[in-house]
Every structure is written in structure tokens, then in C-alpha cells.
Design a protein around this ligand. Sequence first.
Ligand SMILES: Nc1ncnc2c1ncn2[C@@H]1O[C@H](COP(=O)(O)OP(=O)(O)OP(=O)(O)O)[C@@H](O)[C@H]1O
Ligand SMILES: [Mg+2]
Length: 231
Amino acid sequence: MRDADRVSSAPPPVGRSVELALATAAVRALVDGRAGALVVEGEAGIGKTHLVQALAEEARSRDVTVCYGRAHPFERTRPFGVVAASLDLRRRSPDRRRAAVGALLAGEGAGAGGQPGGDFQYRVVEEVVDLVESACAEHAVRGYRAAFRDMRMDVIEVLPSGDRTVARVKVSGTQTGDFMGLPASGRHAEVDLIDIMRFDDAGLVCEHWGVADMLSLLQQLGAIPAGAATA
Ligand SMILES: Nc1ncnc2c1ncn2[C@@H]1O[C@H](COP(=O)(O)OP(=O)(O)OP(=O)(O)O)[C@@H](O)[C@H]1O
Ligand SMILES: [Mg+2]
């Protein structure tokens, strides 16, 4: 994300091994798919920002996207200030979706008396969650493309059913880079995916469920013996 560079890096803080170990464990949990919150507090000048900078550096080194927002005491009445800063939700953002949320935040969603109402909050939260979800999906696809440079997806079958559509897809490629901690193996792999997509009234996908045969993928890459028991 373009904001990733706004939190500057810092050398590891001196004498903070306990705090750093806790923070690193939180980043590791995140990489493993477990969400969490970490609160860093302490008296003025004790090194909070320095610790956060070291943490951001650690996260980046593990290919985690870092978004950075900063609050100011003057902004206490500005809704979603830190979220808006960290996700670049400005009306002038070159990204159409970000600009739309920026416009909403700039007053278009304000209720009576110019005060943001419940509906406004709901819309902003929905938009922000959508934005973060697509950013995560794009990040995952970039990760796959980096690991399998010749990756291709072939749609084998498409089965429409009401507002949902099921697709059977074959993904294939050669592992030319790191994948889930496995160094490039040069092996070719083919995996089946089943995707179910729900479409909204505008014809856009609004919900998605996907299943991938990861066991077969890891077997083909040689990470798990082909005959390994699965029970
Ligand atoms: N453990 C440390 N090792 C090396 N330098 C440190 C350490 N802790 C703080 N510093 C340095 O001390 C200065 C103040 O630290 P920092 O700005 O991180 O404090 P803070 O707690 O965020 O302050 P504030 O309350 O004003 O936000 C910075 O120059 C920082 O690099
Ligand atoms: Mg600080």
C-alpha cells in the first residue's frame, strides 16, 4: 500500500528485548493468519514511537503490508481520522474507491445538522472493510505470482444457480520462488479450486467462498510425502 513508507524505520531499540519479543510474536501470529491488537503505552519520551518503528520494520521484512495513521489532539471530533490517514482515504486520492470514501468522510454522508449519523458510520465501516479485504486478496495473488511466475488459471466449468455461480478452476504453475516458507523447488503443480460467488443487483461479486486443494499442492511441491496420511 502506498502509505507503507510513511512510518520510518529505526534500529532495534536498546534494552527492549522483552517488548520487542512480544511485538515480534504478534507479527508472527499475524503472518499465521491470527488477527490481534497491540497497545504500546508509556510515559512521554520513553521510546513508544521507536518501538513501533522497529515493529513496522519487522513486519515489512515478513512481507506484511504496513498502514500508518497518526492522530492529533485537535482531531478528536473528526470521525475515522486515523483509519482515513492509514488507508489514504482522501477525496483527491488517485484510487477511485478511496476517493469515494474520502468524499463520504468529507461530509457527503453527514446527517441532520452536519453530524455524522448511524447510517454514515455503517457505510464508512462497510466501505473500509471492503477496501481492506480487496487489498488482502490482491496481496495474496501477488504472493502466488511471485512464487509461481508462469501461474495460469483455467476455468473448467461454470455452474450458475440463482444469484450464485460455482466455478471449477484449475491452477497450474512452476514454483520459481519462495512459497509459504518453501524455497523455490522448480516443480510444476496443478491444483483444483472450487469458487462460489454471489452477485449483487449491479452484477458485481459481493460474496465469495473458495476451496483449494492445498494438501495436493504441498505434496506436488515435495513439502509433504505423497502418501502421507490425512486423518
Ligand atoms: N530503547 C531505545 N533505544 C534507542 N533509542 C531509543 C530507545 N528508546 C527511545 N529512543 C530514542 O529516544 C527518543 C525518544 O523516543 P520516542 O520518540 O520513541 O519516544 P515516545 O515514547 O514515542 O515519545 P512521545 O511520548 O513524545 O511520543 C528517540 O530519538 C528514540 O530514537
Ligand atoms: Mg511518540
